[in-house]
Design a protein around this ligand. Sequence first.
Ligand SMILES: [Zn+2]
Length: 334
Amino acid sequence: MSGPVLQLRPEGLYCPAGDFYIDPWRPVARAIVTHAHSDHMRWGMGSYLCSEKTLPLLRARLGDEPSATALPYGESLGIGGASVSLHPAGHIVGSAQVRVEVRGEVWVVSGDYKCEPDQTCEPWGPVKCHGFVTETTFGLPIYQWPRQEDVFGQINRWWQENAAAGRTSLLSGYSLGKAQRLLAGVDPGIGPIYVHGAVANMNRACAAAGVALPEWLPVAEAEKGKEWSGALVVAPPSAVGTPWTRKFGDVSTAFASGWMAIRGVRRRRSVDQGFVLSDHVDWGSLLAAIRETGAETVWTTHGYAHQVARYLCETGRDARPLETQFGEEEEDAE
Ligand SMILES: [Zn+2]
């Protein structure tokens, strides 16, 4: 028997030898999920296989009902004619690359990933393979991330200046992953930290997965008539500009995302400040990561899949874009 290790089906990326899908977008019997963001982990699968630290997040998002099994990083599991293992992707806590080996041929599905380590998740490392399926959310040369130490320096200065001026600092970032990375990276000595309810739920799930966070309180639990000036409030982007923020009085708003590298996006978001902080690879790390896998064949998904595939082909690689349904929440999630 021979055939491709992976193939694209209407339900998602499929492994015929193991009869399973990776991050499928339609209900299937057996799904392996790379991480707990909703464009990769969807409702309705017969069973889920995920990393150990993704399991508490899966329970927080999908409830207790779905059948889900955790596989520790680096451990191999035989599924039908395929051997499967998970390896850190450095994107959010628990995020994994999926390595699939069939008859000696190895493919790796990156899921979302970034190469720069951060405090909230296990660091990414290259996994050698023949075929690499990579995300390309920020796959253009204009996306080059500043060092995260510098970005957190900017965030702390912004918070400090707001506190000195009697303002509340409203910092938005996606509630799973980005919010915890922000909390873990800011200087809690500047003032009290409060979070939106959606962030509070994800904080609890991430704490169960072992992520260390500074002290925080849900906004809903603050006393009535509270004076908010000097506080940092972390909320999902969807909460900014809604009546929910009125209680904070004089606020300065900011958004932390890779998209903040583009001035037009910052304007459209109408926030006072944009911080360039992404949980995805930038252009330079993307090319380096592809090189380090040693892959002869590269499939690109999500974002600039066509542009990156064209670039790789022009530089002598066998590459093609895949039509997937990842990245639905794009500007909020990255
Ligand atoms: Zn993601």
